[in-house]
Design a binder for this molecule. Structure first.
Ligand SMILES: *Cc1c(COP(=O)(O)O)cnc(C)c1O
Length: 486
């Protein structure tokens, strides 16, 4: 496909500028001529070419609105379009963040109510809505943890992270200056309590725990885990990215978590992927409220305002008040589903994952064979050992069936991992279609492995040389067979 610059033909354009109604000036009298650009090299294309170009590009994309997207850990659920409409209401969209608070009462009230909802759903004392993503929320939580121990004049240099953790957890801990120490999982996929007991020493600031973890399993000994951490004066940090599994069913605050980040773009349904915008609010237990970022939205009688006077606060972590449009979508989502609806989300998300787990179990290895939460993790090791078919091949073959592949090779403790998160928004008909495709692929691995290794056979592009693609990306789209297409 041609780049828009290659479509450019002199003289074509898609804009009309009205005649100037102010006196013309000589630009060089105001700006140094070396700073004035004569040739912008903008593409010259007619409006219809622009429309066709971007429409064609959008069709090469895959999204929740085009097909089933079981990308584990990412909660690629359908995003109701009413949330989109509401987030574009002019009263919100056109509000300037520097406008006076008296003009912004509706937005302030929305933020205040959203954080109250989050406090109730997750059992925390207060929330900050500022962080712009899950990873940013983790970092904010870790900075709060640091400040808490600084204030107590305790020197703690390490954080513990289970071997199932998402890569952002150790990254956030390390960015905050902590030494990251790995805690092992046991054979059932829970934290190994003996190992945790030995590792949880006086110099450990926190345990960062995802529950349910990235195996899709609920930590069975969560209360014991919390006790081990708290007895040593440590903080139990919860990565709440997997909240879809337990909305309204249990509350991290009740389980003993002191800090938690929630990924609004995942659980509370904003379009995400390809870099956001996201939102990762951070909730804390009562003893950590003073450390939350400023400003914090507060209520004074009937009025709402931003309050900056919290001397122990870690300060700002984001310009203005966070990614407000994502907050708006989350608010609309919570209000439209209500408490009953949110509980149903968790129930159906878990039901759907267990349906897929049960249907695919005869065909793929299931290293942690127990009831799962919102996602299930298979291993392709049988296919690799017997027929040399890798998980990557099977994932790419799914593209031929019109499905987005699951998350692969993660979590790291499962060899040839395939992590499938169907979400609650898929029907059983769709789950059946997906399972039938997976079963056909399992059979193909056995009967025609060489064919499978060439997958995708009908995708927009064929297999990439992944190393070359990362090192020397060639973003030009080529037809199959043209060039190396990396
Ligand atoms: C998605 C995810 C994160 C990171 O969230 P971002 O919004 O992508 O920064 C962290 N932990 C887990 C378990 C996740 O699934």
């Amino acid at each position: 496909m041609e780049l828009i610059f290659e479509k450019s033909r002199p003289g074509y354009g898609g804009y009309q500028v009205p005649k100037t109604d102010v006196p013309e000036i000589i630009l060089e009298e105001y700006i140094d001529s070396s700073l004035i650009r004569e040739d912008l090299s903008l593409p010259e294309v007619a409006e219809i070419e622009v429309i066709r170009h971007y429409t064609a590009l959008s069709r090469m994309n895959f999204g929740v609105d085009t097909g089933f997207y079981p990308l584990g850990s990412c909660t690629m659920k359908y995003n109701p379009k009413i949330n989109e409409d509401l987030s574009h209401l002019p009263a919100f969209e056109e509000l300037h963040p520097y406008g006076p608070e008296s003009w912004s009462q509706g937005s302030l009230q929305l933020m205040y109510e959203l954080k109250s909802f989050l406090c109730e759903i997750f059992g925390m004392a207060d929330f900050s809505l500022q962080p712009a993503a899950g990873a940013h929320g983790e970092l904010t939580g870790m900075i709060i943890c640091r400040k808490y121990f600084d204030k107590k004049k305790e020197r703690r240099s390490k954080i513990l992270i289970p071997d199932t953790a998402h890569g952002t957890n150790p990254a956030s801990g390390a960015l905050c200056g902590y030494e990251v120490v790995t805690v092992k999982s046991d054979r059932d996929g829970n934290i190994d309590l003996d190992h945790l007991g030995r590792m949880m020493t006086d110099d450990v600031a926190a345990l960062m725990l995802t529950n349910p973890n990235t195996l899709g399993l609920f930590e069975r000994n969560i209360e014991a885990v919390a006790d081990i951490v708290h007895i040593k004066g440590g903080i139990l940090y919860g990565d709440g990215a997997n909240a879809n599994a337990f909305l309204g069913k249990c509350r991290p605050g009740d389980l003993g978590f002191d800090i938690i980040q929630v990924n609004l773009h995942k659980t509370f349904s904003s379009p995400h992927g390809s870099g956001g915008p996201g939102s990762g609010p951070v909730g804390v237990a009562p003893h950590l409220v003073d450390f939350l970022p400023i400003p914090r939205v507060v209520r004074d009688g009937e009025a709402y305002r931003m309050e900056y006077d919290f001397p122990d606060s870690i300060g700002r972590v984001k310009s203005f008040y966070g990614n407000f449009s994502v907050l708006l979508r989350a608010y609309a989502y919570i209000r439209s589903l209500g408490a009953e609806g949110l509980m149903k989300v968790a129930e159906i998300a878990v039901l759907n994952a267990n349906y897929v787990r049960t249907r695919l179990k005869p065909f793929f290895d299931l290293p942690y064979d127990r009831m799962c939460m919102h996602e299930c993790v298979f291993s392709g090791r049988r296919q690799l050992a017997n027929w040399g078919v890798k998980t990557a091949h099977m994932a790419k073959r799914l593209i031929d069936y019109g499905f987005h592949p699951p998350t692969v090779y993660f979590p790291l403790i499962v060899p040839e991992a395939m992590m499938i998160e169907p979400t609650e928004t898929e029907s059983v008909t769709m789950l059946d279609k997906f399972c039938e495709a997976m079963i056909a692929i399992a059979k193909e691995a056995e009967k025609a492995p060489e064919n499978l290794k060439k997958a995708p056979l009908n995708g927009a592009i064929s297999q990439l040389d992944e190393v070359l693609a990362a090192r020397e990306p060639d973003i030009r789209w080529k037809k199959r067979g043209e060039g190396n297409g990396h």
